[in-house]
Design a protein around this ligand. Structure first.
Ligand code: ADP
Ligand code: MG
Length: 600
């Protein structure tokens, strides 16, 4: 994330290790094992995108390794395709099957999704065994052509390792970079909180499918590599369910969401059983016990262990401090925040609810509400607990499809649109129960808030090309301005979940506001704040209004509501009972009896 911290020296160092390693390894046996580490490492890098970044499970990763291996082997043998092209086709085929497997993930999650992927893995294996005409069945395919590129034939273990090792380093580098990009942050956001991700403009469906596709393509590339290196023989039993479990174990053992960890985990679990072979019959038992012990005593995986080694920890702390100082310097030199000016050509009637109703079973949470929000105002929505305020916000932000009625933003119908589309059209929100991406930094949360206003795709995210870097820099500047605006300066590098409650509320508002929305929906922003913090919030609301952003404010703090609001709508049992300015609402008999009570 920090522009002065270069990653390429580390990639270069890793490449040097790859090119030096064969000097220290005497036998082909060990070179073969290193090649196997690379194959497993690439399959695990894919799983790291899926599991570590996006939080989806796949227990059929070995099946995708098989799809890549068979596709490439058959294309090169039957059609004489050059091996490099066969490998690319293998990876693409895997990616296409990945889309197919990704589709159930839109409806299923957790153990249901896990079982579905297991089923997929069995189907692939059955096809490989039984479609004998094509796959040669259980006998497998032998004499697969050797990999060559630009006239160089990678026909020895050593040469092949130079290639596979380089590929691992480059892919790990790209996947680490991906994490620090718009796409990577969106994936992490999906993993942390799908609902908040969607109302921040992230198309959750799309990102899950992308993750499945990338993950499967990596696995299939690993499979193609496996087919054309080493024994150059493949058979269906290599791509079994057990192998998928092993790949998952490697990824989890490596570390949660760490690409480097995935490669280390894959290497450890490839080399460990081989180095335990001297134990004869009991070696698998010891290996299994070793996995269990490692999981118990290293919950964050190898990546976590490595980052807590004293020299690494000190280096990270220095890096964190330097990055923090750099951010502070940068922040001081930035001009104050300006959001995109509101669309002046539009008239004053911004959002119109007509007969809006939302039923849950027999319960009428909202029972036919008409309401008009005018551009530039702070419009409060108040009422007793359970009167339907949050439900209205949920319907407006697209989380619920209304049972009846219509929602028009400048005359455009919104009812039934998905949350990410509504976010794109300019409606942002916060939640009554704060929903930050708590494992991500304060800065990253605000960067996710700019999802709809940025466009970098996967390729830009991996390559960090000039266009991506330019966009990233401008997003980062705007994020810093926003944090300054919201009174969160100097907290950029903190984990969002570690902030005190009041700061978290402000951060959630900052994350919503940075998308420069037409309308900002705030659900009880003052809940849990102390009087000083409520005062800060009031100032912030006034400043936001002054920037031209319209606010729908759901709030119980009557003093706050009465001092900032231009219009107040009062709900009771899902019905509108009063509307007007502060004086009219205070004097309304039904409001007094239903909500304000004796204090008035
Ligand atoms: P408020 O925000 O005004 O306190 P809510 O909008 O949260 O009220 O809730 C209004 C009513 O709708 C309550 O009776 C609540 O129990 C019910 N409700 C809200 N969301 C759901 C849901 N997802 N499923 C079933 N009932 C719900
Ligand atoms: Mg509520």
């Amino acid at each position: 994330m920090n522009k002065h911290i270069r990653q390429w020296p580390y990639a270069l160092a890793a490449l040097c290790v790859v090119f030096a390693a064969p000097r220290f390894v005497e036998t082909n046996y060990w070179l073969n094992l290193l090649n196997m580490c690379c194959v497993m490492g690439i399959a695990c890098l894919g799983l790291n995108i899926l599991l570590g970044y996006t939080g989806q499970i796949n227990l059929a990763q070995a099946a995708f390794v098989g799809i890549g291996a068979y596709t490439s082997a058959l294309l090169t043998i039957n059609f004489g395709l050059p091996v490099w092209l066969g490998m690319i086709c293998g990876a693409l085929t895997g990616g296409i099957f990945g889309i197919l497997l990704g589709i159930p993930s839109l409806k299923l999650s957790g153990h249901y999704l896990a079982v579905t992927t297991i089923g997929f893995g069995f189907i692939v294996q059955l096809v490989l065994i039984n479609w004998i005409d094509l796959t040669r069945g259980s006998d497998g395919i032998t004499q697969i052509p050797v990999f060559s590129l630009f006239g160089i034939s990678f026909d020895t273990e050593e040469r092949f390792f130079y290639f596979s090792g380089t590929l691992v380093v480059l892919m790990a580098w790209g996947i680490i970079r991906l994490r620090d990009s718009r796409m990577g942050r969106a994936m992490l956001a999906v993993r942390q909180d799908e609902m908040a991700a969607s109302t921040n403009g992230i198309d959750v469906t799309r990102y899950k499918i992308i993750a499945f596709t990338l993950s499967s393509a990596c696995a299939s590339l690993a499979g193609a590599l496996f087919a054309h290196g080493g024994a150059r023989y493949i058979s269906p039993d290599t791509f079994s369910f057990e192998q998928s479990v092993l790949l998952l174990a490697m990824t989890v053992l490596g570390g949660d969401g760490s690409a480097l960890g995935a490669v280390l985990g894959a290497s450890l679990l490839t080399i460990l059983p081989e180095s335990l072979r001297f134990l004869r019959e009991s070696y698998m038992l010891i290996f299994a016990a070793a996995i269990v012990l490692i999981m118990i005593y290293m919950p964050g995986g190898i990546a976590n262990l490595v980052t807590h080694l004293p020299p690494v920890a000190q280096w990270r702390e220095r890096r964190r401090k330097a990055a923090g100082m750099e951010l502070e310097r940068e922040e001081e030199s930035l001009p104050p925040l300006e959001l995109a000016p509101s669309r002046d050509c539009r008239d004053g009637d911004m959002l119109r609810l007509v007969g809006l109703a939302m039923y849950f079973g027999g319960l009428k949470a909202v029972g036919g509400v008409d309401m008009l929000i005018r551009r530039g105002e702070i419009h409060a929505l108040i009422g007793p607990n359970g009167s339907g305020k949050t439900t209205i916000i949920n319907v407006l932000s697209g989380l619920y499809r209304p049972t009846y009625g219509s929602i028009q933003l400048y005359g455009r119908e919104l009812a039934g649109s998905p949350p990410h589309d509504i976010a794109r059209l300019g409606i942002a929100r916060t939640y009554q129960n704060i929903r930050l991406f708590s494992g991500m930094s304060v800065l990253e949360n605000v960067l996710v808030g700019q999802h709809t206003q940025s466009r970098t795709g996967i390729i830009g995210g991996v390559l960090h090309d000039p266009a991506q870097r330019k966009e990233e820099l401008s997003m980062r500047r705007k994020a810093l301005q926003m944090l300054h605006f919201a009174g969160l300066q100097h907290l950029e590098n903190e984990a969002a979940g570690s902030l005190p409650y009041g700061r978290q509320r402000l951060l959630e508002i900052a994350r919503a506001l940075i998308s420069a929305p037409e309308l900002l929906l705030l659900d009880e922003p003052a809940a849990g704040l102390n009087p000083a913090e409520t005062g800060e919030l009031r100032d912030l609301l006034n400043k936001i209004q002054a920037m031209g952003v319209t606010i729908l404010l759901v709030e119980h703090d009557m003093e706050l509501v009465m001092t900032v609001s231009d219009t107040i709508t009062v709900l009771n049992f899902g019905r509108k009972i009063a509307e007007g300015n502060e004086r009219q609402v205070r004097a309304h008999p039904e409001v007094i009896s239903a909500y304000l009570g004796q204090e008035e």
